[in-house]
Design a protein around this ligand. Structure first.
Ligand code: SF4
Length: 277
C-alpha cells in the first residue's frame, strides 16, 4: 500500500453511505496450504476487535481526556495499518495470477472513490479535526470550512432517491488532505482494479459504482472500528454513525464541542446518519 496520501477508497458495504460495491478477493480462501484459513482469519479478526475494544475502554473510561482519546486513535490507526500490512504480505505469497487479481492498485492521486459521504464515529472525527488544527494553515482551514458547507448544501439539494457523487471535502489536488488521520473506512477500502473504479465512476450518474474491494483489508478496518464503537457506547459517549462532513462542520464551527463530547453531551446530532441509510 502506498504510504503517501492516496486518493481514496470507497464502496465498502456500510462504509460510505449509499454505496453497495461488488466486493471480491477473499484471498484467504485461496491459501490452500493452510488448515482452515478462513477460520484462522476470523479468529485473528476477533482478536483485533477485542484488542481495539480493550484499548478503547482504557482510554475512554472515567479518566478520559481529549489527549488520551487522540493517543488511542493513533494506536488504533497503527493497529489497522499493521494488520492491513499483514494481508498485503500474504497477498505477495500467492501465485502471480491470483496476486495480480487481488493486490490493491490504489496509489497517490487516484481518487475515483473519494466521491462518497464517509461514515465515521465521533472519535474518528475528533482525530481528523485535531489533525486539521495541527497541520492546516488558517487559510487552508477556511477553505476546508467552505468545502464542508458546500458539501452540506449539495446534499440538501439532492433528492434522496438519487445517487450521491460529490468530491469529499477532505480531498485536495486529488489527494486526501487528512491522510494520516483518515477514517477507518478509508483505510480499509482498497481496490484491486483501477479500471473497475474508473468505469464505476463514469457510470455513477444513476447508481453506485462497483469497486473490487480487497475484502480482508476491509475486514481489518471494520474490526478495529467496531471495537472502538462498542466501547464508545459502553462508556457513555455519543455512538451513532455520523456523516464525516457534517460532524467536521460541527467542530469547525464550535470548538467547544470537543469538550462537550467528552462529558457525554450529544454534540453531533445534526450529523447522525439515519438508521435506514
Ligand atoms: S477522508 Fe480522505 S480518503 Fe476518505 S473519502 Fe475523503 S479524501 Fe478520500
Amino acid at each position: 500500500m502506498s504510504t503517501e496520501p492516496v486518493r481514496g477508497l470507497s464502496g465498502q458495504s456500510g462504509a460510505f453511505v449509499g454505496r453497495q460495491p461488488a466486493g471480491c478477493n477473499m484471498y484467504l480462501e485461496t491459501v490452500s496450504q493452510e488448515k482452515n484459513p478462513k477460520e484462522v482469519w476470523q479468529e485473528h479478526l476477533k482478536g483485533v476487535y477485542e484488542s481495539a475494544k480493550m484499548m478503547s475502554n482504557n482510554a475512554l473510561g472515567r479518566q478520559r481526556t481529549p489527549d488520551r482519546a487522540l493517543k488511542l486513535m493513533a494506536k488504533l490507526h497503527a493497529i489497522t495499518e499493521t494488520n492491513i500490512g499483514i494481508v498485503s504480505a500474504r497477498l505477495q505469497a500467492l501465485p502471480q495470477a491470483q496476486r495480480e487479481m487481488m493486490t490493491p492498485q490504489c496509489s497517490a492521486g487516484c481518487d475515483y472513490c473519494c466521491v462518497q459521504l464517509v461514515r465515521v464515529t465521533a472519535c474518528e472525527v475528533l482525530a481528523v479535526y485535531a489533525f486539521v488544527k495541527a497541520n492546516f494553515s488558517e487559510e487552508a482551514q477556511e477553505d476546508l470550512l467552505k468545502r464542508l458547507v458546500e458539501t452540506k448544501e449539495y446534499t440538501l439539494s439532492k433528492p434522496a432517491t438519487t445517487s450521491f457523487r460529490h468530491q469529499c471535502p477532505m480531498l485536495v489536488d486529488h489527494k486526501c488532505s487528512v491522510y494520516f488521520s483518515r477514517p477507518f473506512i478509508c483505510r480499509g477500502i482498497n481496490s484491486a482494479s483501477v479500471a473497475a473504479c474508473k468505469a464505476g465512476y463514469a457510470a455513477d450518474s444513476t447508481g453506485p459504482a462497483a469497486i473490487p474491494i480487497v475484502d480482508s483489508m476491509r475486514d481489518v478496518a471494520v474490526s478495529v472500528r467496531w471495537g472502538l464503537k462498542e466501547s464508545m457506547v459502553e462508556q457513555g459517549l455519543e455512538g451513532p454513525d455520523l456523516y464525516l462532513h457534517l460532524a467536521m462542520l460541527t467542530l469547525m464551527q464550535d470548538a467547544s464541542a470537543v469538550d462537550k463530547f467528552f462529558v457525554g453531551e450529544p454534540v453531533f446530532q445534526s450529523a447522525v446518519i439515519p438508521a435506514n441509510e
